[in-house]
Design a protein. Structure first.
Length: 153
């Protein structure tokens, strides 16, 4: 049996939180800003989804967290070594006749993330799957062109 230890300082009213209300906010911001693994593109009002990039001999596997996104509102672009993920979530409240919305936390959220990988991607063999709010991209590496002997006429 494995035990899962929880960091008590993550609770909203813990003693650590009360003495340091900003917690790791600055450290998290600096870590994301100085990250060399990926460059995050942000437009005003957009969010950068969290990603995981793995590499093997054949290519790259990318997992991106996109909660609430449907495949109709998702666009993935591959240009050489650059991958761009764009998505939008629209949760509009429906009100019936005679009802007034008093409070709504339904959102419209736009996700944009662009990052580079070390080798060019073969976009003709790229596979994208969206399941349970997680986008999984299988990005095969483009094979390097082999040199060949040219006969002179």
């Amino acid at each position: 049996m494995n035990l899962l230890l929880r960091n008590r300082s993550s609770y909203p009213l813990s003693a650590d939180r009360l003495s340091n209300p900003f917690g790791g906010l600055v450290e998290n911001m600096l870590e994301e800003f100085l990250s060399t693994q990926s460059r995050s593109v942000r437009e005003e009002g957009s969010y950068s989804p969290r990603i995981e990039v793995r590499e093997n001999d054949q290519g790259y596997i990318v997992a991106a967290d996109l909660p609430g996104v449907t495949k109709d509102n998702l666009k993935v672009t591959v240009e050489g070594q650059r991958i761009t993920i764009e998505a939008e979530v629209r949760r509009e409240s429906e009100s019936k006749e005679g009802e007034n919305v008093i409070h709504s936390e339904r959102v419209v959220r736009k996700y944009i993330r662009s990052f580079d990988v070390a080798q060019d991607i073969d976009d003709s063999l790229t596979i994208a799957k969206l399941e349970h709010g997680v986008l999984t991209l299988t990005l095969p590496k483009k094979q390097a062109s082999q040199s060949r002997l040219i006969t002179i006429q």
